[in-house]
Design a protein around this ligand. Sequence first.
Ligand code: SAM
Ligand code: SF4
Length: 347
Amino acid sequence: MSLAGREDSLSTSGKNEHTSHLADSYGRVIRDLRISVTDRCNFRCVYCLPEQGFSQKTRSELLNFDEIERLAHIFVRLGINKIRITGGEPLLRRGLPGLLARLNAISGLQDLAMTTNGFLLAELLPDLLSAGLRRFNISLDSLDGERFQKMTGRDGLPRVHTIMTMLEEAGVSPVKFNCVLIRGMNDDEILSFAEFAQSTGHVVRFIEFMPLDAGQAWRRELVVPGREVYETIHSRDPLTLLPARSPSETARRYTFQGGKGEIGIISSVTEPFCGFCNRIRLTADGKLRTCLFSAVEYDLKGLLRENASDEDLLRFIADSVVHKERGHRINEPDFIRPDRTMSCIGG
Ligand code: SAM
Ligand code: SF4
């Protein structure tokens, strides 16, 4: 793609420095960047990674921290105000708190968050807090220890309890817990999760299973529609819809009578919210993806390592974002699964 010429996606107001926003051809303004720091993982969630047989990037194929920080600065100049660190399992990346401290220091970045399976969080929490991280999303697919192990391949539930207490003691509360529901596997736990949210005051977000699993087991029948989650809970504990904090919010949020606890329902498959999507992704190996389901990627690492200037990178990103897909097309007859799976893209 040419680096020159196209001004349409990049509105600039600065003289010496671009202060701008990224917009796509549908008029969506991009504010949210997910940065994957590794494609490795210590879990084997059934909806994400197979037990074996997937390739992992070597160290030199991954962006190093200097490269990530440099790109983050450029993205923030382009109007990104929220960065979420993800993976694979981000806590497997050695030195991660150092990177977070560097990102946290970027002026103009309003929100820094991380999605993690939490398994290594207890050891790393003090360093992560010192680095300025305050927002944690933790994957939690079952409240039953055996089932947790069956779904993730690890005996990890006790650690989730430990980390919940540690986060509460550190004043990092509420925590968001992400639960991917799969028909016949954990859909009988909807009410237990609702009780968990109510009794702890934490947030449980129910996520529909998307066709991004490495094992290619996804089938429509395995998706538990968000509507069903709502009805199951609402028929027992009336739910009150909370106002959306922004049009791009992925979850419909509800609270319970009395206002303690919150659930979020993310109906990515059955009620897509692509029309308001303001997210882009940077993979661990330095590719920019404009949609989870993109068929194309834009090679930022290649440019970085060819000594591109900041202005070249900035222009390349803006040009790429123009091509952001209208939506994910999961429900179209000609839908094609992306080559890369969730653990490689960064959820
Ligand atoms: N390893 C970290 C974790 O599990 O929290 C971060 C990476 S993981 C890919 C990010 C999120 O993607 C998790 O909340 C996970 O549940 C979700 N996820 C993974 N595969 C998915 C799929 N096929 N459909 C829906 N969500 C998925
Ligand atoms: Fe690992 Fe997260 Fe994928 Fe589970 S969802 S296998 S924890 S990357």
